[in-house]
Design a protein around this ligand. Structure first.
Ligand code: PEP
Ligand code: MG
Length: 320
């Protein structure tokens, strides 16, 4: 225990002024957990469970899922593991879960909508997550939420599973903020959620009305767009007002130009690809909250994404 504590102390990421910023890894495969920890991951901020079962043509049962989640939890050596419930649909078709043809899959059955459309499948997943030991290491996160009702429905299912399985330890249930509706009503969602994690990939796609899978328009999808920054700010304010932490697990979290702005906007957890974690921690350790806040204020005042990028690049050159 002492050795583990020492190891963790070395990993903790703090700004120069002591402000704690959690730096987590996004994972999508069992083997990635140990490498992420070796790269300084303090936990997993997003386990994309759909990636674990992409190759299959039948749905994984509770035992199989529990075994995979347990292996990842073990690979993390007791560090927190945020398991996202299946984010099927949209850009992630699942062979074992055929969705009727849709004209606009990005606006169709995906994320939590699929879970509530096939509640048995969601229940199996919730039960599998609850089986991971030690209890409490796993937190659960719900994708593509657009209204607090969806979260309430998942919470009812989670409580039912806990009751049936006799799981006494409460399990944290968080929400991905990745629809404009969720960001704008983050105050309502935060009332019911234990934490919020902003999915900037989808949030940006939906705010800018640009399909992330369409090469003709995807290149101009940039989460540093002022419209997205304002929604991130609004989400952070809502989280702070309700005492919920707010993280970012979309691509912006691993973008060295964006990270100081996110911290300045009030984000306290960044979850990114394992490969970028050493650079991300080194960058954060050289900053202060005052400097990040000042940068964020200036970013919010920009009129275009190009202006924000120019500001962020200038800042980076100054910081190097
Ligand atoms: C996101 O949308 O930002 C996100 C993290 O989820 P995914 O990329 O898996 O849709
Ligand atoms: Mg997403």
């Amino acid at each position: 225990r002492h050795a583990a504590a020492l190891e963790n102390a070395g990993e903790d990421c703090r700004l120069l002024d002591g402000t704690r910023i959690e730096v987590f890894a996004n994972l999508g495969a069992v083997g990635e957990a140990e490498r992420a920890v070796a790269n300084g991951a303090e936990g997993c901020g997003l386990l994309r469970t759909e990636f674990l079962f992409l190759e299959r043509d039948t749905a994984p049962d509770e035992d199989e899922q529990a075994a995979q989640y347990q292996a990842i939890a073990d690979g993390l050596g007791g560090r927190p593991l945020i398991v996202r419930t299946l984010d099927a649909g949209g850009d992630k078709p699942m062979p074992y879960l055929p969705i009727p043809h849709e004209e606009n899959p990005a606006l169709g059955l995906r994320g939590v909508r699929v879970g509530l459309w096939r509640p048995q499948m969601l229940m199996t997943q919730l039960r599998a997550i609850l089986r991971v030991a030690p209890a409490g290491q796993c937190k659960i996160m719900v994708p593509m939420v657009a209204s607090p009702d969806e979260l309430a429905a998942v919470r009812r299912m989670l409580e039912e599973a806990r009751r049936d399985m006799g799981v006494a330890t409460p399990v944290q249930l968080g929400v991905m903020i990745e629809t404009p509706a969720a960001a704008v009503t983050a105050d309502l969602i935060a009332e019911q959620a234990d934490f919020l994690s902003i999915g900037t990939n989808d949030l940006t796609q939906y705010v800018l009305a640009r399909d992330r899978g369409n090469p003709a328009v995807a290149a101009d999808i940039d989460g540093l767009h002022p419209a997205v920054l304002r929604l991130i700010r609004q989400t952070c304010e809502a989280g702070q007002a309700k005492g919920r932490w707010v993280g970012v697990c979309g691509g912006l979290a691993g973008d060295m130009a964006a990270a100081p702005i996110l911290v300045g906007l009030g984000v306290t957890e960044l979850s990114a690809a394992p490969a970028v974690l050493p650079d991300l921690k080194a960058l954060l350790r050289g900053l202060t909250m005052d400097v990040c806040r000042d940068l964020a204020t200036r970013a919010l005042a920009c009129a275009s994404v190009d202006e924000v990028r120019a500001l962020a690049d200038d800042f980076r050159r100054g910081a190097d």
